[in-house]
Design a protein around this ligand. Structure first.
Ligand code: SF4
Length: 300
């Protein structure tokens, strides 16, 4: 069997950096906490745990964290949450992805300059919570920062801002839109258009990270060259599942595999099989799947 890898696959820069920082700190200190999982991949999390990297819920911190090390994930956290950890004696290793850090600092600067901020993304997502915290740290009590998940929500929030509340349009509100780094380009554009119905001068900040799109484009290219494709990655990873959907929509036989054991036995019949992988899939899993496809064994 011939195996072809997608041109872009696996760990994105931000996740790779966070995992490396966590491993280095665990080796140095013996133990390090991450505020939530570093990646949505069970095998990576198992490996990290065996090296002393423990997941902890930031809302359920132990009473005494003095001297403990905490990795800030690639998603980042709010400056308020970080200050609390430091205030209680925690040691911080900041693995916030540089692209997320840029969004945080932009939100802070815009809020400080009096902008009314629309954040496009999931209200409960760690990245959005962090960016919102940065906006609050820049704008203080007068910060207007609303999270919108889709175009309809954006339009409703813009209508409210233009007619009511403490910042009516006639006072010269300067609105800006910042997006979650992983939001789709179509969704972001639709949200911007919804706000522009009320604020034609909306400033749209380019915050979308290309990592997700690059993996999707690479998969589309790969699908034209192979008989079937394996999407390597965790079932809990949204961007990995999205890759599976793209392959399914294309109509080629495909399967999501967390390990070689998940490769369907029927794949042995194909002459050319492609491998693609989400941004949370480590090289070790991709290598294992490639080896199994080439030389076997695979399947349950
Ligand atoms: S997807 Fe992009 S923004 Fe998110 S961690 Fe990876 S490189 Fe950073």
């Amino acid at each position: 069997m011939k195996v072809i890898r997608a041109g872009v696959l696996g760990f994105c820069m931000g996740v790779r950096r966070a995992v490396e920082l966590a491993c280095a700190e665990a080796e140095k200190s013996g133990r390090v906490f991450t505020l939530g999982p570093l990646v949505h991949n069970p095998r990576v999390l198992e490996t990290l745990k065996s090296r002393g990297v423990e997941i902890i819920d930031e809302n359920r911190l132990p009473r005494n964290i003095n001297g403990e090390s905490f990795i800030i994930r690639a998603h980042g956290i709010s400056p308020q949450a970080e200050a609390e950890l430091r205030g209680r004696g925690g040691r911080i290793i900041d693995a916030t992805c540089p692209k997320v850090k840029a969004c945080q600092l932009k939100a802070k600067a815009l809020a400080a300059a009096g902008y009314r901020l629309f954040l496009a993304g999931e209200a409960g997502h760690a990245e959005i919570i962090g960016v919102r915290g940065y906006a609050a740290s820049g704008g203080g009590a007068r910060t207007f920062c609303v999270v919108v998940g889709n175009a309809a929500e954006a339009e409703k929030a813009a209508a409210g801002l233009s007619t009511a509340g403490p910042f009516p349009a006639e006072t010269g509100a300067k609105p800006a839109l910042i997006g979650q780094t992983t939001i789709s380009e179509e969704e972001y554009r639709a949200i911007g258009e919804g706000i522009k119905k009320y604020f034609s001068g909306l400033e749209i900040i380019e915050t979308i990270c290309a990592a997700t799109r690059e993996r999707q484009d690479a998969l589309r290219e790969l699908l034209d060259k192979v008989d079937a494709v394996i999407i390597a990655g965790g079932k809990e990873s949204a961007n990995t599942r999205r890759l599976l959907t793209i392959a399914q929509e294309h109509g080629k036989p495909c399967a999501l595999s967390e390990s070689a054991a998940d490769i369907p036995p029927g794949f042995a019949a194909f002459q050319t099989v492609g491998i693609c992988a989400g941004a949370s899939t480590p090289d070790t899993v991709i290598d294992e799947i490639e080896r199994a496809l080439t030389a076997g064994p695979f399947g349950p």
